[in-house]
Unconditional design. Structure first.
Length: 61
């Protein structure tokens, strides 16, 4: 099956973007504690990376 080009107006693009933003915002508010826990875990991993004698890129784990 081939890929079809879809063309939408700027008004349609704004409506679509607002709908996505609304859903993302609702998800973030509903899962705030999980997100804060994730940030704490990431911060802890960064601290561990800095304490190691050899440097590793954050993308390579």
């Amino acid at each position: 099956m081939g890929q079809t080009d879809i063309v939408i107006t700027q008004k349609q693009a704004r409506i679509f973007a607002r709908a996505i933003c609304k859903d993302v915002s609702a998800y973030i508010h509903a899962h705030q504690r999980e997100y804060e826990q994730f940030l704490l875990e990431e911060k802890g991993e960064d601290a561990n990376d800095e304490n190691q004698s050899t440097h590793r890129s954050k993308g390579l784990r």
